[in-house]
Design a protein around this ligand. Structure first.
Ligand code: SAH
Length: 347
């Protein structure tokens, strides 16, 4: 019999299981809190009888990532983790400290299908979706390994979260649960390259998390040259979806914009952005590019980014420049995994 991944199960699913084997439903909550506090074996679940622990062990396995590498930035303490999953796949997570608490950035897929021109995540192709428990574990074990409490989660690591929709939803539900990590929906951000159908689908769930769209250019020509997904859904279509998202959920979409020298950082690009964002009240985050050598693009200088930001702010756009964290530990999307792959050959 194939064992099932118990940490990916919702409380309601655990409940159904316990009832189906003649156990009391409150077992679901007990087991859920053991799992979501990092317990690695059923034997450690001391409030369950021995026969029940044995039964669970026959039906289920407890997922746990293996830590392959951990790098701590000497500049700002940002910690980057490279985890190995049960099938040998490697994914990374980044733990960052801010004034408002600790935030962990997690991966949603092994590799990525999107193929953005500046990003390391699609190098080596797409391998598979991460399960809900593999996403939970990145938060849980970042917390355990670093002995700090994580208060915020951003799904902005390797992969396209909206391309792994069902597992993403499950993940949100699991880490949000009071018997688990209890991380409030408003403390979670999801970043997408803009899969329109799934932006609409997510809106229907009225989740209170922040949706961040990777824009990187406000015109089709530049955006398509940077993000192949833009050939399918142009900028007009993307902005319409963002508008629908706001009207359905009451939550404004925010935008990310990596500043790439000579490509999307000219005064003309600023003007196009102003036209698109004026009056939307949306927040724009300018990201200093973390140059990926394999991609051959260079980032705009910080001086230029600040001037670009000034131009936007003057026109009433709500715009900030993201602080670059962990620059000494290759902390951007997929960079650690790419280095690991090139040393190892493949996942
Ligand atoms: N697929 C999702 C989430 C992963 S990428 C998305 O596209 O949004 C998370 C963010 O980091 C995106 O805005 C992405 O465009 C940006 N990013 C990727 N590589 C980068 C790099 N080398 N430098 C700066 N930002 C990068």
């Amino acid at each position: 019999m194939n064992k099932q991944d118990i940490k990916s199960m919702l409380i309601s699913e655990l409940n159904d299981y316990f009832v189906s084997v003649g156990e009391k439903p409150f077992r679901a909550k007990q087991v859920f809190s053991w799992l979501h506090s990092g317990t690695e074996t059923f034997d450690e679940m001391t409030n369950l009888s021995e026969p029940l622990r044995k039964k669970l062990d026959e039906h289920f396995y407890i997922n746990k990532p293996h830590l392959i590498e951990k790098h701590i930035s000497e500049i700002d303490g940002t910690t980057k983790f490279l985890w190995e999953m049960h099938d040998g796949s490697a994914v990374e997570s980044v733990l960052m400290s801010y004034e408002h608490g600790n935030s962990v950035c997690i991966s949603s897929q092994v590799g990525c299908k999107m193929g953005c021109a500046f990003c390391a995540s699609a190098i080596g192709g797409f391998k598979r979706n991460l399960t809900a428990s593999e996403m939970v574990d990145q938060v849980l074990f970042s917390q355990i390994v670093s002995k700090t409490k994580v208060s915020n989660v951003v799904v902005m690591g390797i992969g396209e979260p909206l391309d792994n929709f069902d597992n993403l939803l499950k993940f949100l539900n699991l880490i949000n649960h009071p018997s688990g990590m209890n991380i409030g929906a408003r403390r979670i951000s999801i970043s997408t390259s803009g899969l329109i159908e799934n932006i609409d689908k997510l809106a229907e769930y009225k989740i209170q998390s922040t949706l961040s769209v990777s824009l990187h250019a406000a015109d089709d020509e530049t955006r398509t040259s940077l993000m192949p997904i833009n050939e399918k859904y142009g900028v007009d279509c993307l902005f319409q979806a963002c508008k629908r998202y706001f009207s359905t959920t009451g939550r404004r979409v925010s935008f990310e914009y990596a500043m790439i020298s000579g490509i999307n950082d000219t005064p003309r690009h600023a003007e196009l952005l102003i036209k698109r964002l004026s009056g939307t009240g949306s927040h724009l985050n300018l990201i200093p590019l973390s140059a990926v050598p394999e991609r051959g693009l260079s980032g705009s200088s910080m001086k230029h980014i600040k001037e670009f930001a000034k131009l936007l702010s003057k026109s009433g756009i709500n715009c900030t420049v993201r602080r670059s964290l962990g620059t000494d530990i290759t902390a951007s999307c997929g960079q650690l995994r790419v280095r690991h792959l090139s040393l190892k050959g493949s996942d």
